[in-house]
Design a protein around this ligand. Structure first.
Ligand code: SAH
Length: 253
């Protein structure tokens, strides 16, 4: 295999949500650099590769980004095929764009492989349709966490009419609630908080904007979790049991 870097999304956790292309890349890899949100179970697809953990969770022990860049460059210069394996999708809050650009500027061949991002997976696993005819005509993916002083236009978000899917929000529930209510969203707007989406440890906490911080506290919500804010967040809960209602009624509910 020729030297190159595959920037691969490993999906949200469930190994069955890996793409066929991700499996092919793993099969070709000499070296796999793995983030700590990646389920190690996916490594069964790269039995002959050298695996190096380069996790960098917010607030925890982390591998400097510059070191990861140099590692990828060094291996490709030795003719190796490198897979940089990231949780979810490499280009959704995953620095995939940055890493691809850095490598390409140094003449390294890069291929990006989509993964299912946690926000989409979490909602779907909980029966929450992020778009729904007549209810939500779009989705906005955002993070409440910044490393610079930039701020979000919360008012525009609140008034966008789209479902909001918020990453890295667990430590910012207070700010999210305040800003979205100040921006015009009703305090009783439904919120779903989904921890460990798609994993056996997945948990769902349903609430609304006003109560979400207290409810998350009582629920002991922990990272990694995503928040879904909008009318659709109330979906998926009230389907009648099939034994109590004809299938047709259940499907049209
Ligand atoms: N590239 C990743 C996101 C990385 S940012 C993706 O596309 O999914 C890290 C944040 O993603 C976490 O703080 C959390 O908000 C979210 N996240 C990642 N995996 C998750 C999971 N299994 N369940 C819930 N949220 C998750």
């Amino acid at each position: 295999m020729s030297a190159k870097v595959w920037l691969v999304g490993a999906g949200p956790g469930d190994p069955e949500l890996l793409t066929l292309k991700a499996v092919r890349a793993l099969g070709e890899a000499d070296v796999v650099l793995i983030d700590d949100l990646v389920n190690p179970a996916v490594l069964e697809h790269c039995p002959r590769a050298r695996v190096i953990a380069v996790g960098k969770r917010g607030g925890c022990r982390s591998t400097p980004q510059a070191f990861i860049h140099r590692l990828m460059l060094r291996y490709t210069r030795h003719g190796k095929c490198v897979v940089r394996l990231k949780g979810g999708d490499p280009c959704i809050f995953g620095r995939g764009g940055e890493e691809a650009q850095w490598l390409q500027e140094r003449g390294v061949e890069v291929e990006l492989v989509n993964g299912i991002t946690a926000g989409l997976a979490g909602a779907t696993q909980c029966g929450i349709p992020l778009t729904l005819r007549g209810v939500a005509r779009g989705v906005t993916l955002l993070t409440a966490h910044t490393q610079d002083d930039s701020s979000l236009n919360w008012q525009a978000l609140a008034q966008s009419g789209t479902t909001l899917v918020i990453y890295m929000g667990v430590a910012k529930l207070d700010e999210i609630r305040e800003q979205l209510i100040a921006g015009g969203l009703a305090p009783h707007t439904p919120v779903a908080m989904i921890e460990n989406a798609s994993l056996p440890a997945q948990r769902l906490c349903r609430s609304d904007l006003h109560a979400m911080q207290d409810d998350a506290h009582a629920f002991q919500l922990k990272s990694p979790a995503i928040l879904v804010v909008g009318e659709v967040a109330a979906c998926g809960a009230q389907l009648p049991a099939l034994s109590e209602a004809p299938l047709a009624a259940a499907l049209s509910a």
